[in-house]
Design a protein around this ligand. Structure first.
Ligand code: HEC
Ligand code: HEC
Ligand code: HEC
Ligand code: HEC
Ligand code: HEC
Ligand code: HEC
Ligand code: HEC
Ligand code: HEC
Ligand code: HEC
Ligand code: HEC
Ligand code: HEC
Length: 490
């Protein structure tokens, strides 16, 4: 116990002395700052006391080079000692990255800040075009941690930092005239923006979605806002129950989304036509153009479904009741794969049950639509089976396959027309297809019958030829026997 106590005291002393020595030494030995502050009283040296690098014991020479132990100006600011003067343009980024992109150098200060983001900075939109250098965003000589409310990169100030360029049309036009300049304006209309305005720094700010140092255009697969990368990016906060606890909203959006139609199409098949979170919620929080309520967003992609829905008795009824158009039946994050059974009153997945009783008009209509489409499905399956069999036997049924394609298209259309909730409309699409399907089925039956006929014909012909050959053989034997008899006769 006593020995332990001594070690604790020694340890604490070592820490205090060691730490103090390190910064103290560097700072008293920093002749650069001493001369600049006391003789020149220049702004850089005045500001530097507030800089994180000063607090870490880094001298002016850490960035400008030279020898900070020399009190003599020429000896200190000697290019032979690495003095570079005032860095300009891309040289600034190189100066900062000499430490920040170098893992072993940062380890000298036991820093845990990831260095890879800085190695990539020069390939990003801001680094590559030499649009911005590190000091465009962090200032210089008064560089602060982004957890410091006075830092330009602190969340409540960061949105203005990005907007300084991005909300300035005249400036942005010089680089990329096609780029919108309304991100901040839209951001304020979002829940994220509204809460940030109230001082809540847990919401998403520009760099939460875009990153700070590895920003690429949204179409670039390396970008954090590339469609396929968006859901997991939003999920970083929205699927974290501890993080979202103060707000009391669900945290299952990603799981529901990723396991059903849209998420699977985007995340597994990389079908960028399927919606990511931002296609429904807007990029910067505002609703996509032309959408009054989130509910109308589905119709931006599923235009026909929306059109038929608007003709259905539900359109007016849902609006009156304040029900969301499509989500009332399909859900929003969890959009299960659809099937015809959703219209079958006895099926577990029967969709209309949510609001209709088993004997009302809605259920009757569902049953009628189900039976109409089901009839087509059965016919199509039958025709497909016959045509496959015929094809395997080598019969030419190409024309009938062609007909069957039309039948399938009619089936797909019928599933969309279902949204009118009008059995007559469904019938109109299905009826002609039923006839076509019957034709294709008949073609299949005919082809198989013909095959049978040919096979029987072939067997008959084979038998006939065999008999003929035997008869010929017998005849020849007979002739031979006869001529032998003749020769033997005296
Ligand atoms: C004894 C005083 C003195 C010391 C020590 C000193 N400087 Fe200077 N420094 C000056 C003066 C005076 C100027 C302005 C005159 C000039 O530009 O030559 C200056 C200018 C500068 C400039 C601006 C140059 C420019 O082109 O505008 C930088 C950067 C600089 N010093 C960095 C340093 C660094 C880094 C050190 C330490 C390694 C250092 N100084 C040490 C006196 C000093
Ligand atoms: C973290 C890196 C860094 C440190 C540390 C640093 N500087 Fe600088 N300094 C720069 C950069 C980068 C510029 C160029 C800024 C620009 O172009 O906007 C610069 C510019 C200057 C200039 C010329 C422009 C001006 O603002 O007058 C002087 C003088 C200067 N620094 C002096 C100093 C002195 C003195 C110290 C120490 C007290 C110091 N610097 C510490 C990075 C640093
Ligand atoms: C001599 C090495 C060195 C150079 C050069 C350097 N830095 Fe640093 N910087 C550090 C160290 C060490 C820290 C503290 C890291 C930590 O706390 O984990 C730091 C911290 C920072 C932080 C605060 C990080 C945080 O949130 O805690 C910012 C911002 C920063 N540097 C930006 C710059 C910029 C911009 C430049 C160039 C103008 C630059 N640095 C040049 C070593 C350097
Ligand atoms: C477009 C503006 C912008 C540019 C350019 C920029 N930064 Fe940052 N930086 C930020 C923002 C915003 C944050 C805070 C958010 C974050 O950490 O993701 C930040 C955070 C940091 C941090 C703390 C990172 C951490 O993980 O805690 C360091 C260190 C840093 N920047 C250094 C640099 C260096 C070095 C450069 C140049 C290579 C640079 N920055 C260029 C905006 C910028
Ligand atoms: C110094 C001005 C400046 C600042 C500050 C700035 N940007 Fe940029 N940014 C630009 C310019 C200019 C471009 C266009 C580059 C090009 O297309 O060549 C750009 C491009 C982008 C792009 C890619 C757009 C596209 O579709 O090509 C994104 C995303 C972006 N910036 C986000 C941010 C974020 C987030 C911040 C704040 C952390 C920020 N910017 C801060 C000037 C700036
Ligand atoms: C909630 C996440 C989120 C926040 C917060 C956010 N963005 Fe975006 N941003 C996106 C997404 C997603 C896209 C990509 C849209 C696409 O696929 O075209 C985007 C696109 C962009 C673009 C490309 C041009 C455009 O408007 O489509 C720029 C520039 C941009 N953002 C800047 C910013 C700035 C500046 C801020 C802060 C004021 C910001 N963003 C805040 C998610 C966000
Ligand atoms: C940095 C964490 C963070 C990120 C990243 C983030 N959000 Fe949020 N979001 C929040 C917080 C915190 C709230 C506030 C919750 C509230 O007010 O109910 C919020 C609110 C929302 C809301 C309003 C919820 C409501 O209460 O009705 C929506 C919608 C939303 N975010 C969508 C997104 C989308 C889409 C993305 C990705 C493009 C995203 N968020 C990225 C933290 C984040
Ligand atoms: C197909 C469109 C669509 C997609 C894709 C989508 N959402 Fe939603 N989201 C909605 C609708 C509709 C609502 C309900 C809005 C309302 O009731 O005002 C909603 C509600 C929310 C809410 C509020 C809380 C809740 O659960 O009701 C959050 C947070 C949210 N979404 C986040 C996300 C995130 C994160 C993603 C991506 C993983 C995502 N959304 C993908 C349409 C979508
Ligand atoms: C950005 C375009 C887009 C938006 C917005 C969109 N979807 Fe989709 N949706 C698709 C694509 C693409 C598919 C096909 C996915 C696949 O390959 O299975 C699809 C598939 C579907 C399916 C069929 C699932 C199946 O395979 O049976 C339903 C139902 C659906 N979406 C409903 C909705 C609803 C409800 C909304 C609004 C809350 C919505 N969609 C918003 C593009 C979109
Ligand atoms: C009254 C309930 C109901 C409403 C409201 C509804 N649907 Fe459907 N939807 C269904 C049923 C049932 C099916 C399955 C039909 C089938 O597979 O035969 C379906 C199938 C679909 C499909 C897959 C078939 C196809 O058309 O490609 C999509 C996509 C779809 N709905 C989108 C939407 C959209 C978008 C809206 C809003 C405009 C919407 N639905 C509103 C019941 C509904
Ligand atoms: C979210 C609730 C909801 C769901 C789910 C729903 N309906 Fe309805 N439906 C209504 C409401 C509300 C009305 C109008 C009120 C009324 O007349 O009973 C209505 C009316 C109808 C009508 C007109 C009834 C009449 O008396 O003229 C038909 C037909 C109909 N629905 C068919 C369907 C079919 C088919 C499904 C399943 C694919 C379905 N509905 C699913 C809520 C729903």
């Amino acid at each position: 116990m006593q020995r332990f106590g001594i070690w604790v005291i020694v340890g604490v002393l070592a820490l205090v002395l060691g730490g103090g020595l390190q910064t103290g030494q560097a700072q008293t030995q920093d002749q650069c700052r001493t001369c600049h502050r006391e003789l020149l009283e220049d702004t850089p040296s005045q500001k530097y006391v507030n800089d994180v690098h000063f607090q870490k014991g880094i001298s002016c020479a850490g960035c400008h080079g030279g020898d900070p132990t020399q009190a003599d100006m020429d000896a200190a600011m000697d290019p032979k000692k690495g003095y570079i003067g005032v860095p300009k343009g891309a040289q600034i980024t190189q100066t900062c990255n000499a430490c920040h992109a170098n893992e072993s150098r940062m380890a000298q200060w036991a820093s845990s800040i990831d260095t890879i983001q800085f190695q990539r900075f020069e390939t990003s939109v801001h680094g590559k075009a030499d649009v911005a250098t590190c000091v465009s965003c962090h200032d210089v000589h008064e560089i602060r941690s982004s957890r410091d409310p006075q830092s330009p990169t602190y969340p409540t100030r960061e949105v203005f930092l990005c907007a300084r360029c991005h909300a300035d049309p005249a400036y942005m036009r010089k680089f990329n005239p096609a780029l919108p300049t309304d991100q901040l304006e839209k951001y304020w209309t979002s829940r994220h923006g509204q809460r940030l305005q109230q001082g809540d720094t847990r919401v998403a700010t520009c760099s939460d979605c875009h990153t700070a140092h590895t920003i690429y255009p949204p179409k670039d697969p390396r970008s954090s806002v590339y469609a396929v990368n968006v859901p997991i990016m939003c999920a970083r906060c929205h699927s974290d129950p501890a993080y979202m606890k103060p707000y009391g909203i669900p945290t299952n959006q990603y799981d529901l989304y990723a396991s059903t139609a849209h998420g699977r199409a985007l995340l597994e098949k990389h079908d960028t036509g399927a919606p990511a979170c931002n296609d429904c919620h807007g990029n910067h929080g505002a609703m996509p153009p032309g959408v009054q309520t989130l509910s109308h967003v589905c119709g931006l992609c599923h235009t026909l479904n929306a059109e038929y829905f608007s003709k259905s008795p539900h359109a007016a009824a849902f609006e009156k009741k304040g029900l969301p158009q499509c989500e009332a039946c399909h859900g929003n994050h969890e959009v299960p794969t659809t099937s015809l059974d959703q219209l079958q009153p006895e099926a577990p997945v029967f969709m209309c049950r949510k609001c209709h009783s088993m004997d009302d008009k809605g259920t009757q209509v569902a049953r009628m639509m189900y039976e109409t489409i089901r009839r087509l499905v059965i016919l199509e399956e039958e025709a497909r089976r016959l045509l496959t069999a015929a094809e395997q036997k080598g019969m030419d049924v190409a024309d009938a396959w062609f007909q069957l394609r039309d039948v399938h298209n009619a089936y797909l259309k019928a599933r969309t027309v279902v949204h009118t909730s009008d059995p007559a409309e469904v019938q109109k699409v299905v009826e002609p297809a039923v006839q076509t399907a019957e034709q294709a089925r008949t073609a299949g039956q005919r082809a198989l019958a013909e095959f049978d006929f040919r096979r029987k014909g072939f067997a008959f012909a084979t038998l006939w030829i065999t008999l003929l050959v035997i008869a010929l053989y017998l005849k020849i034997r007979q002739i031979e026997a006869r001529s032998r008899d003749k020769r033997l006769k005296p």
